[in-house]
Design a protein around this ligand. Sequence first.
Ligand SMILES: Cc1cc2nc3c(=O)[nH]c(=O)nc-3n(C[C@H](O)[C@H](O)[C@H](O)COP(=O)(O)OP(=O)(O)OC[C@H]3O[C@@H](n4cnc5c(N)ncnc54)[C@H](O)[C@@H]3O)c2cc1C
Length: 440
Amino acid sequence: MQNDKTKQSVIIVGGGWAGLTCATELASMGYQITLLESARQLGGRARRVAFDDQPVDNGQHILIGAYRETFAVLKRLNISLSKSIDRRALNLLFQYCGGRKFNLKLPALLTPLNLFIGLLKAKGFSARDRWHALIFGSKLFSNSVFYESDISVSELLSNEKQTENNIKALWEPLCLASLNTPIEEASARVFVRILHDTFCRSHKDADLVIPKIDLGALLPDPASDFIEQHSGTVHLSKRVTNIDIVQRHVVGVRCENEVYKADHVVLALPPHACLPLIKDHSALHDIAYNFNSFSYNPIVTAYVKYPTSVRPNLPIQALLGTTSQWIVSRDVAGQPGLIAVVISGPGPHMQLDNDQLANTIKSELANCFPHWPQADDVKIIREKRATYSCRVGIDLLRPDNKTRINGLWLAGDYTKTSYPATIESAVISGKRTAELINQI
Ligand SMILES: Cc1cc2nc3c(=O)[nH]c(=O)nc-3n(C[C@H](O)[C@H](O)[C@H](O)COP(=O)(O)OP(=O)(O)OC[C@H]3O[C@@H](n4cnc5c(N)ncnc54)[C@H](O)[C@@H]3O)c2cc1C
């Protein structure tokens, strides 16, 4: 059985980016894949949705140059990166509506020179702001930001003597965008890791990357074709209701009364969707216990339609002191005039209904960009459980891919990777699970 992979069958439960990565990796190694997805489409939390006649995403996703495994998977599926993503050196503008502006632009120099010169020349910050940011940057680079036990990002920033401008106009927006968790609750350990990976390895890692095509076309569609070309099957609208385990060995899954048998089962689901499947199996009680401790944060994306003449100078900008946090021009995705407004994390905006929230966002944009014409239409998409809350101590809850049940595996953005809940984390976990299965 070990040498004849073509005879081994694997059921992947969940067609998000973790499940699809795992499925395509295993399919290319000769495993017989059956992918079961409960929704009517693939992609999970990174999927295509329709806005009138245009394809958009369930949430505007922003990637960074450090997403090496994501780009590697796209390349393995023969997806042309030049046609599918817009990649450019980091140039971030943070602005209070009608007020102060801050700009961090990284020059095309080797790390850490790019970071140090970028911080030295950052606009809007005082000499004192820049000095403290530089000291923090050099500690990140030399890997000397270390705490015995995890602390919150706000505690970290205060320990590192970050000024109010640095916190409000740099670290807080970056923390919310990358961890989807307010700085008072967010894990300093994860934040430091992501800052290190972004700014301290290669200068290309800090690049900002925006998909030029919808997320469904980026990975789920080609991945599904790839699985089927490798004799696998992809089933949509199939909710797995049970996993079948005999003497500590997984033998398959059920969708109500339908039985699917396999040598391995990969649960590529978020913790809240895994829980009902594992909670009755005593060997998995410790994992179920940890899953109960996960909490989740929302992300709202508002797609605001303007006349096509609205073309911001930068594709991404951050707004400070407003409900709207980031605005992304969909011009890069061939949709001029369409602006995606992103609001990460919890907040009073979640109490507003869609009309109230749309009006708030439209009036904020009208204040910040008075030269823009009136917006035509707004589509609000709320993902209430967009990501797990990446709070202090989260690393202790994140499981390995291997479980105590032979043949049963966990994949997903929440498993033990160095990244917070991101596409890169989902892809790393899917790839790692495939490698572990192949090592057996
Ligand atoms: C609005 C929003 C904005 C985001 N922005 C960014 C960003 O800018 N950059 C970034 O890197 N990341 C971002 N993320 C995070 C990123 O999308 C996720 O980390 C990633 O998609 C998670 O993938 P996954 O495969 O681990 O899980 P999921 O995508 O949740 O996949 C799980 C799949 O399992 C299916 N499923 C559930 N239960 C069952 C069952 N019982 N049987 C069968 N199938 C089942 C689900 O339908 C789903 O398709 C964002 C997420 C959201 C929601």
